[in-house]
Ligand binder design. Sequence first.
Ligand SMILES: [Ca+2]
Ligand SMILES: [Ca+2]
Ligand SMILES: [Ca+2]
Length: 478
Amino acid sequence: MKKNVVLILLVAVALGVCSNYTAAAKPRVIVTSDGEIDDECSMVRFLLYANEWDVEAIITSSSQYHWQGHRWAGDNWVEPYLDAYAQVYPNLVKHDPAFPTPQYLRERTVLGNVRMEGEMDEVTPGSQLIVKVLLDETDDRPIWLQAWGGPNTIARALKTIEQQHPERMIEVAKKIRFFFIWEQDSTYQGYIRPHWGKYEITTIISDQFEAIAYRWKNCQPKEMHQYFVGAWMNENILENHGPLCSLYKAHKHGDKEFDDGDFRSEGDSPAFLHQIVTGLRNLESPDWGGWGGRYVRVRENTWLDPVPFKGYVYPEGRWYSTTAWGRDSSRKGATTSTNKQHREYFKPMWRWSDALQNDFAARADWCVKPYDQANHPPMVKLGHALDVKVRPGNRVSLSAKGITDPDGDALACRWWQYQEADTYDGTVTIENADHQQAAITVPNDAREGKTIHIICEVTDTGTPPLTRYQRVIVTVVP
Ligand SMILES: [Ca+2]
Ligand SMILES: [Ca+2]
Ligand SMILES: [Ca+2]
């Protein structure tokens, strides 16, 4: 063996590390939502992925846009979606028995703080359910608290814990992960940050969600539009895919600038797309990037959207409609951004659009088709460890020898460098990038401590084609 060849051995331990399919690794999630029409669209997709997580709660909350009596979808807006889920559930479990029963989801669907924007005085069934889950000592796995609307119900729950169990705040904070779609009220800045900030809870606040929200046409590059237009949506989601998908509120004929069936908006979906375990390992660090976007650490343990504008200074306070860079760059006459920067800003979301939408289409099929007539994603296991340490000038062999597909589909492999996510500044040449066996040589100018992120992207030949990943992180050592 040549001295400069780093041979990465296939070991059982590494395979264990790669396995994302064990129940123990399942993320736990709590949804809080303000029931806007795009939350309703997100709810359809969320339910189609309910097998991917332990869903602890689905809670209706208010926001700066919606509260009880003000542009309000109704306290029970989730119910028709759960009814439709109950109808397709017998077919969904043919594809994965891990889908929760409709009864299980109903028991966890409750009303939170909805009376006003930012209301957090009242103790509500929603806030109490969050308290119960967070104080449960039998389960210390992380739990993702998602705000599809205002974080006020979450804030109320945390305040109850602070008032009644101050001695347990540290232990509770350790479990919490936040994913907010903007700060749609002031309770994060007004209560959560001053009282819980010291615990450095991982907090992602997204603005790049706009790539799949109302302004998707403006944020998605032309080549991705085909996955969002009416022709695609009608064929793959809206028609002939059962009662849950037919509830999906795509654009209707006559909507301004849109055609019948065009994708409308799922601005809140990144909050849960981030927790679908695809192999991209984004749950390990928000700046690695995944289906829910990519975020950079701005202060403490708070992660916001990477702004491609030199010298940009993030606001001290809320990250939301009036302060977030992407929203601002989309406004008419924006002078602080170019089209190129605008495109780059949303790329951490739209770069996955084809995979994401094809995956959605497969889930829609799961509602109505038997197992052998639908597609299921490949499983990507590599023949070596996912984290390797390598010296400059040395070669790293990459092997996707362990990839399989539950349908027996042929698989195509593509290795690529996720340059925005890694800390090495240059480009690495990948040998045999479209083969199962590939390799890179760590460039001589790669300094100690720098990382190179190589994604193994595997797509099957089923209909629709489905993609899963694995990420290899090469760290440069002296
Ligand atoms: Ca919302
Ligand atoms: Ca397949
Ligand atoms: Ca880089």
